[in-house]
Design a protein around this ligand. Structure first.
Ligand SMILES: Cc1cc2nc3c(=O)[nH]c(=O)nc-3n(C[C@H](O)[C@H](O)[C@H](O)COP(=O)(O)OP(=O)(O)OC[C@H]3O[C@@H](n4cnc5c(N)ncnc54)[C@H](O)[C@@H]3O)c2cc1C
Length: 392
């Protein structure tokens, strides 16, 4: 493949800016344009559920700058793509041509409100975080629907402000992803920080207009001053209708971040890695993966091999004052293979060895450089002198 002259990136956030930066790092001197839908420009989302909910000054520390890289920026949502003619159309009526296209439109928050029902709070954008912060300032009680990473982070922010908070889910906190062992430890820690958990027997509906509560399948209702839905994300692919580039899971890509359409690549939360005979389709909507895929998509768009790993399975979260860092495949099943330290005391290093021989390493409330955690996942089970039999 000859190197493309112009590269168009749709989605001005983590994956899109990582791709733009890497195009220049790789020596691409042709035009690079990025199309963004948010007035704010590019910013980092992980602090939204952590620092930003507590501290308004954090709003100004999130920027993902492209200064000095000679990147053209268009702030108007892409509304259509024509891969045959190699053009993208924006909401303000522009039609932009490209030689190579990188899709990086991420995801929106999944919403549970009925059509027309107002007042559901979600957390995906800086505007969402600002609104939630304002509402937290005078809330006496809160309900969080969804006990995944985001739900538990939002509940932690409520608890840290002294707001009694109830988390509602059909499964135990984080059990789907981190398994029963860590779920039990995190649930206990959250409870000790004032986070109450209610396990619903089925999907709970939001009540009120504006929303003020949750209705359980058995007919009981829980009400609160604010209700935040943290029920996962939906890839932003509506604008790709009719192109064959996307389906329910997002934009399917291979290990080189190539889609099924020549000249079109994709990265970040909008994507899923296409499965094959030996592996299922896989979504990995995490920060490090968006960066790794952004860089890979940039290299592939230039016809170059990736200069680093094309996927990244590092993830971190902060729940009830405890940081959890994870390298390796999820979900975690069963008991850990090794535990060093004490999970009950909130300071442990754990590994899980999977049936395919790969391993996942978890730093639970314990300071651990990421490189060391990566090494541990790559070389697990732990060497005998640093590992102890599993215990809490
Ligand atoms: C509150 C929160 C906390 C998080 N915390 C963590 C964490 O602790 N650790 C971790 O590993 N990950 C975390 N994540 C996940 C991480 O932030 C995402 O994986 C990352 O933001 C993905 O980047 P992206 O560029 O693929 O997508 P996004 O960040 O979603 O950006 C996509 C961009 O594309 C724009 N866009 C959408 N449609 C269009 C269109 N049609 N035209 C133009 N632009 C469009 C969007 O407006 C958006 O700006 C968190 C996410 C959230 C929301």
């Amino acid at each position: 493949m000859t190197a493309p002259h112009s590269v168009l990136i749709v989605g001005e956030s983590l994956a899109g800016t990582a791709a733009a930066r890497h195009l220049r790092t790789l020596g691409h001197t042709g035009p690079v344009t990025i199309i963004g839908a948010e007035e704010e420009g590019a910013y980092s989302r992980p602090p939204l559920s952590k620092a930003v909910l507590k501290d308004p000054t954090a709003d100004h520390t999130l920027g993902l700058s492209l200064d000095g890289l000679d990147i053209g920026v268009i702030r108007s949502a892409a509304v259509a793509a024509d891969p045959r003619r190699r053009t993208v159309t924006t909401a303000d009526g522009r039609r932009i041509g490209y030689d190579a296209l990188i899709l990086a439109t991420g995801a929106d928050a999944r919403r549970l409100a009925a059509p027309g029902q107002r007042g559901e709070l979600v957390l995906r954008t800086l505007d969402d975080a600002r609104l939630l912060r304002t509402r937290l300032a005078d809330a006496a009680t809160a309900i969080v629907v969804g006990a995944g990473f985001l739900g538990m982070e939002v509940a932690s922010a409520c608890a840290a402000r002294g707001i009694p908070v109830t988390v509602v889910d059909t499964d135990r906190p984080l059990r789907r992803i981190l398994g029963g062992y860590l779920s039990a430890a995190i649930t206990a820690r959250a409870a000790a920080h004032g986070i109450r958990f209610v396990q619903a027997t089925g999907v709970a509906a939001l009540t009120g207009d504006p929303v003020h509560g949750v209705l359980f399948p058995d007919g009981t209702e829980l009400t609160g001053d604010l209700v935040v839905t943290c029920a996962g994300e939906v890839p932003c692919v509506g604008w790709l209708d009719g192109t064959g580039l996307a389906d329910r899971l997002g934009v399917g890509i291979d290990d080189a971040c190539a889609t099924t359409v020549p000249g079109v690549f994709a990265a970040g939360d909008v994507t899923y890695l296409r499965g094959n005979a030996t592996r299922p389709h896989r979504r990995a909507p995490f920060w490090s993966n968006a960066v790794a895929q952004g860089r890979t998509a940039a290299a592939s768009a230039l016809g170059l091999p990736p200069s680093g790993p094309s996927q990244d399975d590092y993830f971190w979260t902060e729940i009830a004052g405890l940081s959890v860092k994870i390298v390796g495949r999820l979900p975690l099943l069963g008991e850990p293979t090794t535990v060093a330290g004490s999970v009950a005391e909130g300071r442990a290093l754990l590994t899980w060895t999977h049936t395919d021989g790969t391993a996942t390493a978890v730093a639970y409330g314990r300071r651990q450089p990421i490189t060391a955690l990566r090494r541990l996942a790559a070389t697990s089970p732990l060497p005998l002198n640093s590992a102890q039999p599993a215990h809490t």
